[in-house]
Write a protein that binds this ligand. Structure first.
Ligand code: ITT
Length: 191
């Protein structure tokens, strides 16, 4: 039971590996040169595209994550373009803070869509998770990846970047998507 994790993002990979460790599947990395163009308009569409293409190209089961940050006063931007908002995490955060300016309403949510495809490229499981928070005026904390230093969770009074990996895992969009998905992955009878 080999499952290829279809991501090129090391931060995501680390988190996905932690969630999937006791799923009963042996995890494999996607070939580095295998890149799937994200032409979808939704997180779910892009997750399905990535899982399906990587499954077909490798001849194995594959799991993909498409995720991003939706900011209320930016009408949901950067959304599915979160990765394309800049070339580095620093650039992406700078652009986000620039576009928000001194806007008082900083409500945002992280969204994560996960899809699992069989070796034929057919999608057999889909799941989605969200996490509500607020965008800070300046980064704080150095854990995690991506927009974590500016994503503040009022309930915990911490940014994602200030949380332990276990705390982020228990409340994040990715955690919520995988919480629902892992039991279904365990239950898949492929033999
Ligand atoms: P793959 O498609 O190869 O998986 P990617 O980084 O291109 O990697 P996405 O297209 O799904 O992935 O883009 C996700 C973007 O949203 C990326 O810029 C991340 O930094 C950001 N993001 C997603 N989850 C995040 C999290 O838990 N913390 C911080 N930023 C996150």
């Amino acid at each position: 039971k080999l499952l290829v994790v279809a991501t090129g993002n090391p931060g995501k990979l680390k988190e996905m590996q932690a969630y999937l460790a006791d799923s009963g599947w042996e995890l494999a990395l996607k070939p580095e040169d295998l890149d799937v163009e994200e032409t979808g308009e939704t997180f779910a569409e892009n997750a399905c595209l990535k899982a399906s293409e990587v499954a077909k190209a490798t001849g194995n089961w594959a799991i993909a994550d498409d995720s991003g940050l939706k900011v209320d006063t930016l009408n949901g931007a950067p959304g599915v373009y979160s990765a394309r908002y800049g070339n580095t995490d620093t650039e992406r955060i700078e652009r986000l803070l620039r576009e928000l300016g001194d806007q008082e309403n900083r409500q945002a949510q992280f969204v994560c869509a996960i899809a699992v495809a069989n070796p034929q490229g057919e999608i057999v499981i889909q799941s989605e998770g969200i996490c509500h928070g607020e965008i800070l005026f300046a980064p704080s904390g150095d854990g995690g990846f991506g927009y974590d230093p500016v994503f503040y969770v009022p309930d915990k009074q911490l940014t994602f970047a200030q949380m332990t990996t276990d705390l982020k895992k228990s409340i994040s969009h990715r955690g919520n998507a995988l919480k629902a998905l892992v039991p279904r992955l365990k239950a898949l009878d492929i033999l």
